[in-house]
Design a protein around this ligand. Structure first.
Ligand code: DX5
Ligand code: ZN
Length: 219
């Protein structure tokens, strides 16, 4: 299991110290929720923030995998800017594509930038496109809330999609994102998910390092 804390619920004036607390708590990934107010009904942050965080992580000597979750329309336009900003993984939404062939083109462009490619699906999107893409991606992201906001309730019926995908692709990185906390964490892992995004359940706590260790200590 790898932990991918989302900074969506961070104190944005203290990002440097907060990502350091996440790394000290044992987080391997830094999950970066990019929202455009169009694909989702909310705006978060974009390329310059990712670039600054990358520099800050290096300055602080933090070993974090930068995991950019693009909740934006027309993700193809932003592959190069996020790659240049320092994202290691670029995940876009299947719902932004007409079909699997269009998704394949975006995956290819991410890999041309020497980055890992992820494809995300919303709670109401069927698992079939990910079954078809499983051999062509580095990570699948199964949303367990409707994207747009941190702190929402976990949608348990999405676990079934993780089970189906895990049976189909035993070695694929499968990430789940939204509403995960210490109460449902074990169920998420049992479904076959191996990269767990946790946002508000960690970043809204006063001791972020201890809140992170509560998850990473379970391995
Ligand atoms: C939802 C985002 C998330 C999410 C995580 O649009 O993709 O990463 O906010 O935060 P929590 O854990 O608070 O749901
Ligand atoms: Zn996310």
């Amino acid at each position: 299991m790898k932990l991918a804390p989302s900074i969506l619920s961070a104190d944005f004036s203290r990002l440097g110290e907060q990502i350091e607390a996440l790394a000290r708590g044992g987080a391997e990934y830094l999950h970066l929720d990019v929202m455009d107010g169009h694909f989702v009904p909310n705006i978060s942050f974009g390329v310059p923030v990712v670039a600054s965080l990358r520099k800050e992580a290096e300055r602080r000597g933090l070993n974090l995998i930068f995991d950019a979750h693009l909740m934006i329309a027309e993700p193809a336009k932003f592959v190069a800017p996020f790659a240049e900003a320092g994202a290691d993984i670029i995940t876009f939404h299947m719902e932004t594509c007409e079909n699997v062939d269009e998704a394949r083109k975006i995956i290819d462009s991410i890999r041309t930038q020497n980055k890992k490619a992820g494809v995300a699906i919303n709670p109401d999107t069927p698992i079939e496109p990910l079954l078809r893409l499983a051999n062509h991606i580095d990570m699948a992201l199964i949303m367990s809330v409707n994207p747009g906001f941190g702190g929402q309730g976990f949608i348990a019926r999405t676990l079934e999609k993780a089970r189906i995908l895990r049976n189909h692709a035993p070695n694929l990185d499968i990430q789940m994102d939204g509403g995960i906390n210490l109460e449902n964490f074990e169920r998420v892992l049992e479904s076959g998910v191996n990269i767990v995004v946790v946002g508000s359940a960690i970043l809204s706590r006063s001791d972020i390092e201890a809140a992170t260790s509560a998850y990473t200590g379970k391995r």
